[in-house]
Design a protein around this ligand. Structure first.
Ligand code: IMP
Ligand code: MG
Length: 187
C-alpha cells in the first residue's frame, strides 16, 4: 500500500520513519523482550494514548504469556512540551505486586513523564520495572530515566503519527513525521 496517498501526509514536512522501518524495528524489539522475559510473569503496561498503536504491534512479537494493562496519564503543558506535572487519569486494573512490569511508551522527551511513572509504580512493589519506548529524544532530556528497550533515537523535532499527536490529532498517520512549521505555530 502506498501510504503517501493519505491526505494526512499533506501536513507533514518530512517523514522520519516510514511504516516498514517501524514494523521491522518493532519485530526486533519483540524478539529481544521475548528472550528477556522467558518464565517471568509479565505485565505489559501500555501508556495511553500515545502507545495505542505501538503496544499492540509490539505485543504480537512477544512470545511469552503476558497480561496487558493500561494507564492513562495527563501532563500539563502546552501542545508541544510537558511541564513535568503528571496526573494519573486512568489507573491500572491489575495489581503489579511481585510481577514484572514493562512500561510501553511512545516517546521519551524530557523524561519527566516516565520518571514520574516509574516512581509511582515502584511504590506498588513490583518484582521489576523496565521501560520500552518507540522513540527517544535524548537531547531534550531534563531527567535521566532508564530506557531498557528503544526503537529509534531522533533529534530535536516535534513528531506526529503512529500514535503520537499534536493537539490530539495525527495519531492515525501510519508513519512518523515532522509537522509543517506553520501548523505548529498556528496552534
Ligand atoms: P516527556 O515527559 O517530556 O518525556 O514527554 C512525554 C510525553 O510528551 C510523551 O509521552 C508524548 O505524549 C509527549 N511528546 C513529547 N515529544 C513529543 C513529540 O515529538 N510528538 C508528540 N508528542 C510528544
Ligand atoms: Mg501526548
Amino acid at each position: 500500500m502506498n501510504t503517501q496517498i493519505s491526505p494526512l501526509f499533506n501536513d507533514i514536512k518530512q517523514v522520519l520513519i516510514d511504516e516498514e522501518a517501524i514494523a521491522l524495528r518493532i519485530r526486533e524489539m519483540g524478539e529481544k523482550i521475548t528472550q528477556d522475559y522467558r518464565g517471568k510473569d509479565l505485565i505489559l503496561l501500555c501508556v495511553l494514548k500515545g502507545s495505542l498503536l505501538f503496544a499492540p504491534d509490539l505485543m504480537r512479537h512477544i512470545q511469552v504469556p503476558l497480561v496487558l494493562d493500561f494507564i492513562a496519564i495527563s501532563s500539563y503543558g502546552d501542545a508541544t512540551s510537558t511541564s513535568g506535572v503528571v496526573r494519573i487519569v486512568k489507573d491500572l486494573e491489575e495489581s503489579i505486586e511481585n510481577r514484572h512490569v514493562l512500561i510501553v511508551e511512545d516517546i521519551v522527551d524530557t523524561g519527566l513523564t516516565l520518571g514520574y511513572l516509574i516512581k509511582a509504580l515502584k511504590l506498588r512493589k513490583p518484582a521489576s520495572i523496565r521501560t520500552c519506548t518507540l522513540l527517544d529524544k535524548p537531547v531534550r532530556r531534563i531527567l535521566e530515566v532508564p530506557i531498557d528497550y528503544k526503537g529509534f533515537e531522533i533529534g530535536d523535532h516535534f513528531v506526529v503519527g503512529y500514535g503520537l499527536d499534536f493537539a490530539g490529532r495525527y495519531r492515525n498517520l501510519p508513519a512518523i513525521g515532522i509537522l509543517k512549521d506553520e501548523l505548529i505555530n498556528r496552534a
